[in-house]
Write a protein that binds this ligand. Structure first.
Ligand code: PTJ
Length: 251
C-alpha cells in the first residue's frame, strides 16, 4: 500500500499498475523495461505536462476530431495504465479502439480485449483480416475496419518500425512518447512528449470543448519539429539549472 503522502506517489502507482498488468498477462516482459525508460525521461522532463506537450495534445485532439476514421491503437502498457481513459477519449472523438501488439500472443490479445469489455466497449484486432505492408507477419496484423483503413492513428508507446510503416501507408500518425529522441517520436506527425495518463487526461478535457473552427485553427499553426525541439531544449535547460545549483557555494 503506497501512502498518498509519498513524494513519488503517482509514479509508484503507475509502477504498480504495470506490475499488476504483467501478472495478469496484459503487459509483455519488455513492457516493464519500456516503462522504466519512460520513467527516466519523465524524471528529466519534471513529471508535468509542459507547454510543448499541451500544444501537441490540443493538435492531436483537433486532428482526431476532424478525421473520418480515427483509431486509437492499444498495447499491453496502454491497457494496464489507462484503459479507462482510452475509452473516454474514444467516445468523445468517435474513435475506434484496436489492440495491436508488438510482442503478439493470442493469450495477451484475449486478456486485453477482456479488459476493455469491462468498460462495455468492443475493440478491434482480435480477429485481424489485414496486414500493414513492410512488417513481418505477426507485427503487421491489423483490422480492415480499424488501423488498415484509418486516416488518423493514435499510437501511444509505439515501436519505431511500425510508426514508419503506418506513415508509409499514408496515415497521419500521432504518438505519445516521453522520449523525444525515439524513432517513433521523430517519425510521427504529432508527437506528444508527455506521460501517457497525463496526456490522455488533458486530451479528454480538450475533446470536451473542441469544435470545427477551433480544430482547424489549432492545426494551421501546429509545427511538430518546433514541438520536438522545445522538448529537448526544456530537458537541456533543466539539466543546466540543476548543474548550476550544485555549483553554488554552500554556506
Ligand atoms: O504490448 P506490446 O507487445 O505491444 O509491447 C509494448 C511495448 C511498449 C513493450 C513495445 O511497443 C516497445 O518495446 O516499445 P518501445 O520501443 O520500448 O517504446 C516505448 C516508448 O514509450 C519508449 O520511448 C518509452 O520512453 C515510452 N514510454 C514508456 N512508458 C511511457 C512512455 N511514454 C509515455 N508515457 C508512458 N507511461
Amino acid at each position: 500500500m503506497i501512502p498518498r503522502s509519498h513524494p513519488r506517489y503517482h509514479s509508484l502507482i503507475k509502477r504498480e499498475k504495470i506490475i499488476e498488468g504483467f501478472k495478469n498477462g496484459i503487459v509483455a516482459h519488455a513492457g516493464l523495461i519500456a516503462h522504466g525508460r519512460g520513467e527516466a525521461f519523465d524524471y528529466l522532463i519534471g513529471e508535468r505536462s509542459e507547454d510543448f506537450a499541451i500544444l501537441a495534445e490540443k493538435a492531436a485532439v483537433a486532428k482526431m476530431y476532424l478525421a473520418k476514421n480515427p483509431v486509437i491503437s492499444v498495447n499491453g502498457n496502454v491497457t494496464a495504465l489507462a484503459a479507462d481513459k482510452v475509452v473516454s477519449l474514444a467516445k468523445l472523438l468517435n474513435a475506434k479502439i484496436e489492440v495491436n501488439l508488438f510482442y503478439r500472443t493470442e493469450e495477451r490479445i484475449r486478456r486485453i480485449v477482456d479488459e476493455f469489455r469491462k468498460y462495455g466497449v468492443q475493440i478491434l484486432g482480435e480477429k485481424p483480416d489485414s496486414l500493414i505492408p513492410g512488417l513481418e507477419h505477426s507485427r503487421a496484423l491489423c483490422s480492415s475496419e480499424g488501423i488498415y483503413s484509418a486516416d488518423v492513428v493514435l499510437v501511444p508507446l509505439e515501436d519505431g518500425d511500425r510508426a514508419q510503416a503506418l506513415k508509409n501507408m499514408g496515415k497521419f500518425v500521432i504518438t505519445i512518447d516521453l522520449n523525444p529522441l525515439s524513432r517513433t517520436a521523430q517519425t510521427a506527425d504529432i508527437t506528444i512528449v508527455d506521460e501517457l495518463t497525463r496526456a490522455l487526461e488533458n486530451m479528454i478535457e480538450f475533446a470536451r470543448k473542441i469544435d470545427h473552427l477551433s480544430a482547424t485553427k489549432i492545426l494551421s499553426k501546429y509545427r511538430n519539429g518546433e514541438i520536438l525541439s522545445q522538448s529537448l531544449l526544456h530537458i537541456n535547460r533543466r539539466l543546466k539549472e540543476m548543474a548550476a545549483t550544485l555549483q553554488t557555494p554552500q554556506a
